[in-house]
Design a protein around this ligand. Sequence first.
Ligand code: NAD
Length: 436
Amino acid sequence: MRVAMIGTGYVGLVSGACFADFGHVVTCVDKDASKIEKLEAGVMPIYEPGLDSLVEKNVKEERLFFTTEARDAIRNADAVFIAVGTPSRRGDGHADLSYVYAAAEEIAELMDGFTVVVTKSTVPVGTGDEVEEIIRKKRPDGDFAVVSNPEFLREGAAIKDFKIPDRVVVGTDDERAREVMTELYRPLFLNETPILFTARRTSELIKYAANAFLAVKITFINEMADLCEKVGANVQEVSRGIGLDGRIGKKFLNAGPGYGGSCFPKDTLALTKTANDYNSPVRIVDTVVEVNAARKKAMADKVIAAMGGDVKGKTIGVLGLAFKQNTDDMRDAPSLDIIPALQAAGAKIRAFDPEAMEEASHLLSDIEFAKNAYDAVEQADAMVIVTEWDQFRALDLDRIKAALNSNIVVDLRNIYSPEDMAGRGFQYTSIGRPLV
Ligand code: NAD
């Protein structure tokens, strides 16, 4: 199959490279010329484990191409994927669909022969209808079908998630489109991946419902963590105690500083907007949005309290800036709430992140970036772990202790044990676990 991928970001690039690796011929298109230049030079514009070698292999074997020029890619494609961004619209929180609609206009102009137009971007219910109308208006006699195929990959594990997904969801009632989509994903039959065919609107809603459910789960355990702190219980044991129940499940029950990233914050918000538009509010999601936003802000107060209530003139060594490990993505990262609040309280920040410092430098000001974790805490008045990178999980704690000006450690990811840290002489604060 010949595939055109419009938008070469986290989703478009990973999906494009994986489809190419399945044996399809894929052209990834992006308006951002610097991204395409980098890719053509073999440099990844994002950090995603394993992506560089996957791209290199498929470029070499002539199944994966990059361009800023959509014309040939769309004209020759059996399927054109729209994988552009759908950020929150400024002011009202609805998904901004301008990039999706612009891509639809472009596809309408250039498509040739039967073309399956696939919305891979996360889009509100009814967007497929709108995309169809845009294309139909421009090409009244065009031969095409618009399909919803939401993406569930997680940054940091994106290749595995794409190649061995829990499920593939395809929303269409067009038989020819169904055949094309089946052929595209046929290599997954080997792993017996379920392909769920639904109506287009159902498929669009599945993506939001999935993300909202996961956000509810995280927020639930975060609130349990707060309660644990008050009543002297341990949230990790609560998680395990409930997660072993098959109806609940173990995943997404790690308490932390609140969810961030490029999807949950904007998708939960967009779902509440859609629900309100249809006069069918999703109150549980409304609450989750509110609770999570407040939580991210409250994390700075937790750090300040751990440091005795005053951080004026103090230096804080921050480990981790990305919204989670194994990515350089800073979109809506908790660090973007925590660090400015600490700075506003008078603290100086020295931070280290293995991959996200370049991106963070555009979003945070007056930070000193460190060479590594030890450098970040050198002569600092506290160490604060914000992102759970593997390399922070087994730090040389004697070296940390010697580097720090104090013995204060705030671990917002619960990657160390309170008993162990207390035993080593740290004044250790974590999330939802009793102080020792
Ligand atoms: P991104 O911002 O990393 O990438 C989007 C890319 O599209 C950018 O490079 C931009 O230059 C390009 N673009 C925009 N308009 C274009 C056009 N008309 N022609 C060509 N290129 C164009 O975004 P992302 O994180 O890959 O997300 C894309 C979509 O996938 C969003 O709807 C998102 O919600 C969804 N999604 C993201 C993830 C994730 O983990 N990032 C997971 C599942 C779903």
